[in-house]
Design a protein. Structure first.
Length: 294
């Protein structure tokens, strides 16, 4: 854990981030701070996982860089956190609640992530914690911000970063923490889709649905992710319920991407991922054929 908590000196010629000249003012506590930004040209894109998480290949000059670490704005004084486009846009009613919960919010995140420091350059540790903080804060945003979907995306990103932390510190239970975030993301993605379909909470307030920072896969991506997370992290304690949910996910994927007997191929990497997911669900359900295209 020591390596995760210590901040080393950076070679000025190999810096990967800089701090904005213009200060950001926190709408909750009024503190002013400078946001950390990622220099361009510091990443080398690798493979895309089945969860639409972009892998990055370490570069000789800059080492390992995770762009996700810098996408959430966090006030270092009160730990109010939100995606960049929402940080200064929250309505006063939400800000009042967030101000009242400052002490509880700080205590809650510090209980999960030890040794946080949002004053200086971020590590993966602060990156993961920033998404947890954002999840806590989005609970108080009104429905026009699509808080359920944004909370789902933040949980998924937190799970990814906890996975990277586990690779570096395999004895610190970051794998368990990642699993917790995955399960929460599954619940929230499913909830966001149900709320959108029932008209209770539109997803239009989330212009960027990611789920990663490199490409926006939109609503189709959210539907796909709901299926992936259900397959990988869904409840296995009730086989009948799991079969029902997976069959619903399979049919949704088939209709959205034109899979099944009558293929209506949509170009792009998401189609290949959707085809694979479709086949994996069918395999678990022991289905050789279906009538999704009827």
């Amino acid at each position: 854990m020591k390596g995760l908590l210590m901040k080393g000196k950076e070679d000025k010629d190999k810096k990967i981030t800089f701090f904005s000249k213009e200060a950001v003012r926190c709408p909750v506590c009024g503190a002013a701070f400078h946001r950390e930004e990622l220099f361009s040209g510091r990443v080398n894109a690798g493979d895309l996982t089945d969860e639409l998480h972009r892998q990055y290949i370490p570069m000789r000059d800059f080492g390992e860089v995770q762009p996700l670490v810098y996408d959430v704005t966090v006030c270092p004084s009160c730990f109010y956190a939100a995606l960049r486009s929402d940080f200064s846009a929250a309505p006063q009613k939400a800000l009042d609640v967030l101000e009242g919960e400052t002490s509880a919010r700080i205590a809650q995140v510090q209980k999960v992530f030890e040794g946080l420091d949002f004053q200086g350059s971020r590590r993966i540790l602060e990156g993961a914690a920033s998404y947890y903080l954002a999840v806590l804060c989005y609970e108080h945003f009104p429905k026009d911000f699509s808080p359920t979907l944004k909370g789902a995306m933040c949980c998924l990103r937190a799970a990814w970063l906890c996975g990277h932390l586990h690779e570096k510190a395999p004895n610190e239970n970051f794998d368990y923490l990642a699993l917790v975030f995955y399960r929460k993301a599954r619940v929230l993605y499913r909830g966001a889709i149900e709320r959108e379909q029932s008209g209770k909470e539109p997803i239009g307030g989330a212009r960027w649905m990611g789920p990663d920072t490199d490409k926006n896969y939109g609503y189709e991506g959210a539907l796909y992710l709901s299926g992936v997370l259900e397959l990988k992290y869904g409840n296995r304690g009730n086989p009948a319920y799991r079969e029902k949910i997976l069959d619903e996910s399979k049919r949704t994927i088939a209709k959205m991407f034109g899979l099944g007997k009558r293929s209506k191929a949509k170009p792009g990497p998401l189609l290949d991922k959707a085809r694979d997911l479709y086949d994996r669900i069918k395999a678990e359900l022991h289905q050789d054929d279906d009538s999704d295209d009827e």
